[in-house]
Design a protein around this ligand. Structure first.
Ligand code: SF4
Length: 337
């Protein structure tokens, strides 16, 4: 089995694998988990060596959203008890960024809830101001996740030299209508395309474990590959009480890890980041995921869920001999390998 998987990892580095091969990788028997991780690690090493990037986020605006995403505690249909608030003052965002940098993050993202921005909203101007302040006062890459974005908003983000824009596609085109009815898969793809056309770096991923089939995970990864996004965050559903998906059982850690490894084969030349659900779904197996991915979301909290003490995560990464580097080093590494 190891030989077969290693062969597939070599093949994946050359050209996209066939559906048949990819399906087989997703369905690797449990007893070959280590062989699968080793083969996925072969791809990670070719892409980013033993480097790992860390990022943190702040929920700069929480709740108050017009959309109905079934997995999200901030949606208009969510009954979850969360601290809903309008856009935080720049000073508060800066405090969180400084704390994240102290904790070892090399990227920091300002995340807001809601449909998105066209570029003419007062609130959007305040976000632009916060980006500029954070870029002046920290040494991290400063990213944003602001929902759907119009052309004007994207131009303005380019002007303030935001480092990267995050916008998930959430799942496959086929499954999207099962998790959201207030906007479409195509709406999300449009924003990603606009960002790429404007020359901005894009971080766009999806959530696994919402009830989708393996084919949906493959399709979502293929969409992201065709959109040539720079970074793909992998999230595992945390069923949040009060949301439509709140009663779902979480994925089994083993299945989640196998999917992460399979996604490495599907996206061998794209930065993969381990994000939501790392602690809740993977549990102790998250360490094995470090052999597969190129980046990890760290911090005490994500948006409306918890992560864990970042000191423990940084220690785990260092203990494994991983080199904590920022994305610029990634780019350098990539152009020299
Ligand atoms: S994912 Fe974003 S758009 Fe969807 S409900 Fe949550 S905050 Fe609103």
């Amino acid at each position: 089995m190891l030989e077969e998987l290693l062969e597939l990892s070599e093949k994946a580095l050359e050209s996209p694998l066939s559906q048949k091969d990819v399906n087989k990788i997703f369905k690797t028997p449990d007893k070959y988990l280590i062989e699968l991780v080793l083969s996925a690690n072969r791809i990670k090493r070719a892409f980013s060596g033993n480097r790992i990037s860390t990022c943190s986020i702040i929920s700069a605006k929480t709740g108050i959203c017009s959309e109905d995403c079934a997995f999200c505690a901030q949606s208009k249909i969510s009954k979850t008890n969360i601290n809903r608030h309008r856009l935080l003052e720049t000073e508060k965002i800066l405090d969180a960024a400084i704390e994240a940098e102290k904790n070892g993050a090399d990227r920091f993202s300002i995340v807001t809830s809601g449909w998105g921005y066209r570029g003419d909203e007062k609130e959007f101007l305040k976000i632009l101001e916060a980006i500029q302040v954070l870029k002046q006062c920290t040494n991290m890459k400063i990213d944003v996740s602001l929902g759907m974005l119009g052309k004007k908003a994207i131009e303005m983000l380019s002007k303030v030299e935001v480092d990267r824009v995050h916008h998930n596609i959430e799942t496959s085109k086929r499954f999207f209508t099962k998790v959201c009815t207030t906007h479409t898969f195509q709406d999300r793809v449009k924003t990603v395309k606009r960002l790429k056309e404007a020359g901005l770096e894009v971080c766009s991923g999806f959530i696994i474990g919402m009830g989708e089939k393996i084919e949906d995970r493959i399709s979502a990864a293929e969409t992201l590959r065709s959109l040539q996004v720079d970074s793909v965050p992998i999230n595992m559903l945390i069923p949040i009480k009060g949301t439509p998906l709140g009663t779902k059982s979480p994925m089994k850690a083993m299945d989640a890890l196998k999917s992460i490894a399979a996604l490495r084969f599907l996206l061998p030349k794209t930065e993969l980041r381990l994000c939501g659900g790392r602690v809740q779904v993977l549990g102790d197996l998250w360490i094995l995921a470090l052999f597969i991915v190129d980046g990890v979301l760290i911090g005490r909290t994500a948006l409306t869920t918890t992560i864990r003490d970042p000191e423990l995560d940084i220690k785990a990464m260092k203990d494994l001999g991983l080199i904590l580097k920022n994305s610029e080093d990634y780019q350098n590494h990539r152009t020299h390998t």
